[in-house]
Design a binder for this molecule. Structure first.
Ligand code: CA
Length: 339
């Protein structure tokens, strides 16, 4: 693609970049669509202490006026925070502002934060992953800061990955969930001077995860997969855990936006609370081991990729046309001179 830019005029390049950024910016941005009953924002009034609070917390979680600390930078801590109101939106977008920081040097910190959309909330059972149960039912997004699987050296940590489970398949902490992940990306999210963001969008069976770690107010795609089925009526939560190594795991805000999406009458007549969490259009999760990137996305091309392909094809045709015309003209001139 080197030299691609030289083919494109500046206005066209600007238009192209604008198009890509607009497509990547999945922020709904419409405050009217913010669902306050599912959002956690400063100064977290009443969280955990008021009976009418829409958020509960558990374990090592500490609520201050400027952040919710799921774990301090100390060993063997587990904490979580949970929305007490089930979500009945069919299409939604959750924006999480968070910060993971601590005194541990590179690779000497852990374990990370998980964001949940699950059937059960606040379930302190014996088997924990990131401060919650490993046999969860629903969706989980793991911001994993510690590499447990020493065989998986092909990816760098911190690593963000998503998993959907109906409860039959647990998250395997020993291999960083590699065998069950739907997709993921590496991201240097620790010890930033600014807060970091992630957005989870679920709409029409498509799960998209975007991240913003550079404080530039721009989303970058991390995960984008189709064929995901999630019910309504589940709960949002965030949790974190430390082990022998630790970090401060802070949630600054969780903002839930309703997406205004039309559904067919057939879709609307379904009982969305009865949907079992599942993913189609994918290889079996175990095939993921053979994928050197640990990443499989057998998804159709997204809008802007199709746009780029079409643009390349169009440019190709234009270049061929121009070259053809020049050659034809030269030949005509030569012919004229010949005669
Ligand atoms: Ca891990």
């Amino acid at each position: 693609m080197r030299g691609f830019g030289t083919f494109i005029s500046r206005p066209l390049l600007f238009l192209l970049l604008h198009f890509i950024l607009v497509k990547c910016d999945i922020t709904d941005g419409n405050v009217e669509h913010l669902k306050r009953e599912h959002s956690l924002m400063k100064p977290y009034q009443g969280v955990g202490s008021s009976p009418s609070s829409q958020w509960d917390f558990w374990g090592s979680t500490l609520v201050t006026s400027s952040y919710v600390r799921l774990t301090p930078d100390e060993r063997s801590k587990q904490g979580s925070i949970w929305n007490t109101v089930p979500v009945y939106l069919k299409d939604w977008e959750m924006h999480v502002q968070y910060k993971i920081h601590g005194s541990g040097k590179k690779n000497l910190h852990g374990d990370g934060i998980a964001i949940w959309y699950t059937k059960e909330r606040l379930n302190p059972v014996q088997s924990f992953v990131f401060g919650n149960q490993d046999h969860f039912v629903g969706l989980a997004l793991f911001v994993d800061t510690f590499r447990n699987d020493l065989h998986g050296m092909d990816r760098s940590f911190p690593y963000i990955s998503a998993m959907v489970s109906n409860g039959s398949l647990p998250y395997d902490h020993g291999n960083d969930g590699r065998t069950s992940e739907l997709g993921g990306c590496s991201s240097e999210i620790r010890n930033k001077d600014h807060d970091t963001y992630l957005a989870i969008r679920y709409s029409k069976g498509r799960l998209t995860v975007m991240i913003d770690i550079d404080d530039k107010n721009e989303w970058k795609e991390c995960i984008d997969i189709g064929g995901v089925r999630l019910p309504t009526g589940y709960y949002f939560g965030a949790s974190a855990a430390t082990g022998d190594l630790s970090d401060n795991h802070d949630i600054i805000s969780m903002k839930m936006y309703q997406l205004m999406v039309e559904h067919t009458p057939d879709e609307d007549s379904l009982d969305w609370t009865k949907i079992e969490p599942s993913v189609s259009l994918l290889k079996s999760p175990k095939d993921n081991i053979d994928d050197p990137t640990g990443n499989f996305r057998s998804t159709p091309l997204t809008g802007w990729k199709v746009f780029l392909l079409l643009l390349c094809a169009l440019l190709g045709i234009v270049v061929c046309g121009v070259v053809g015309a020049v050659v034809f003209q030269k030949r005509q001139e030569r012919n004229r001179r010949f005669y």
